[in-house]
Design a protein around this ligand. Structure first.
Ligand code: GLU
Length: 489
């Protein structure tokens, strides 16, 4: 049977690192098995689900380059407005559009006496819980509506009570499954209370909708976070009640912050799109997410995406928590940036360059500037700061004001003026010659020249920078710097 996996987010917030990792592992697994990857939106919590969140999921997956074979897609209609549609043979892919399936299957369980109507009110349930706590008994539904007679049910209905449908959990049963990450896991059904599968409003609960959909969508492997392990026995009971084939389960380790605490919004649990906005390459993010809980035997760190697809396996997913370390992400970003040409970096940073107002300069110029600073780029957002000074009309000299020997620069200016072939190599030759003649150490000349040209103590290769700026700008900047530090032109 060919592999079909799904990523099934609840669109109730922004798309964060943990969800992105789950999506990626599903996708890598599907690709590795030449199977299908499905996106299903679990929006049964109609109050908390938002279109904004669906968009952030879709855009987050797009950022990572994760394409889904079936699921919702954003398309533009003739008027140019965006619309969200579903594509695939197993749709719809929004749970709110699948309500008929859930009520039909809940009815089937009621008919088979594997589920029952429960008329308890919120207050009654609360009272039950309080009593259980007081008596130090396990918390959960006590089954009081399990065996109501038809008459009793009618009476409760006549009181205006709206029933929910509860699943009848079989008693004294051992539920065992082999997790593809953790091996065999067992539960005792006595620890599971009869749980709601359909609310009074007719909307399904997560465990029920999930099983109905995974079955109808012919999902072969359920790969999700370990916070769902406790849901798995309930889901297995539902599969068994219908005599449906049970998929494989794989539960991924949780992700902690470097200090061992849970990821918080302030730390790593930021929206994935914030990382895109900061200029983390998709290659680096995918590489990083893949390593959050998985690794090869030789602990390889740098991966291109095709290699990840080839090497990924659930059997090498760890059971211990993964640690989210933004420094490692940054390191990987630098490694992946090294593989890109200045041309490609230019393309990917165009939006950022535009935002910084640098798009007014010719493309060729911008690409050359990126080439000059390529080694120093850690993320795409750095680029305007790194190259901006090359284009600026005015240089800010506050970082380098302590320099007190304007005469060196004034002499050097004359040397530059007389260079006819204003190319890096020739400039370097002439400036070195000047140092020798004046009996100065190179750093006594190179440093102030850099400060004059850039206002900074660091930057691209000095002579390549001179060439990029051109003779006229170099001279103008030297004059300005000399003026600022109080020398004569
Ligand atoms: N909607 C659930 C979540 O976002 C899906 C869990 C699952 O994959 O079964 O956690």
């Amino acid at each position: 049977m060919s592999v079909r996996v799904r990523f099934a987010p609840s669109p109730t917030g922004y798309f964060h690192i943990g969800s992105a990792r789950t999506a990626l592992y599903n996708w890598l697994y599907a690709k590795n098995h030449r199977g299908k990857f499905i996106l299903r939106i679990e929006d049964t919590d109609e109050v908390r689900s938002t279109v904004h969140s669906i968009r952030s999921i879709i855009n987050g997956l797009k950022y990572l380059g994760i394409k889904w074979d079936e699921g919702p897609f954003i398309i533009k209609n003739e008027r140019g407005d965006e619309q969200i549609l579903s594509r695939g043979d197993y749709g719809p892919y929004f749970q709110t559009l699948r309500k008929n399936f859930y009520s039909k299957f809940a009815d089937e369980l009621l008919k088979k006496d594997l589920a029952y109507l429960c008329f308890c009110t919120q207050e009654e349930l609360e009272e039950m819980r309080k009593k259980q706590m007081k008596e130090k008994k396990p918390i959960g539904y006590d089954g009081r509506c399990r065996n109501l007679s038809v008459k009793e049910r009618e009476k409760l209905r006549a009181e205006g009570r709206q029933p929910v449908v509860r699943f009848k959990v079989p008693q004294g049963k051992k539920i065992t499954f082999v997790d593809l990450v953790r091996g065999e896991i067992s539960f005792n059904s006595d620890d599971i209370k009869d749980f709601v599968i359909l609310r009074a409003t007719g909307s399904p609960t997560y465990n029920f909708a999930c099983v109905v959909d995974d079955h109808l969508m012919e999902i072969t492997d359920v790969i999700r976070g370990e916070d769902h392990i406790s849901n798995t026995p309930k889901q297995i009971l539902i599969y068994e009640a219908f005599s449906w084939e049970i998929p494989n389960f794989a539960h991924l380790p949780m992700i902690l912050d470097v200090d061992g605490s849970r990821l918080s919004k302030r730390k790593g649990a930021r929206s994935l799109l914030e990382y895109e906005d900061e200029g983390f390459l998709k290659e680096a993010m995918v590489n990083y997410l893949a390593l959050l809980g998985w690794g090869t035997q030789d602990s390889q760190n740098f991966f291109e995406i095709p290699e990840l697809i080839e090497k990924f396996s659930l059997s090498r997913v760890n059971t211990s928590p993964a640690i989210f370390d933004e420094n490692k992400l940054l390191w990987l970003n630098i490694q992946h940036l090294k593989k890109l040409s200045a041309e490609e970096i230019f393309k990917r940073s165009y939006k950022i360059l535009k935002e910084a107002g640098l798009d007014v300069y010719p493309e060729g110029f911008l690409k050359k500037a990126i080439e000059l600073e390529k080694e120093k780029i850690k993320k795409l957002r750095d680029i305007p700061v790194l190259i901006g000074f090359l284009f600026a009309d005015e240089i800010d000299y506050k970082e380098v004001l302590e320099f007190e020997k304007p005469e060196i620069l004034l002499k050097l200016k004359e040397i530059l003026k007389n260079i006819s072939d204003f190319k890096a190599q020739e400039i370097e030759r002439k400036v070195r010659e000047f140092c020798k003649e004046q009996n100065l150490r190179t750093k006594e000349v190179f440093h102030p020249l850099r400060w004059a040209l850039s206002g900074r103590k660091w930057g691209p290769s000095l002579f390549a920078m001179c060439e990029f700026l051109g003779k006229e700008v170099c001279i103008k900047r030297i004059e300005k710097f000399v003026e600022v530090i109080g020398g004569k032109k």
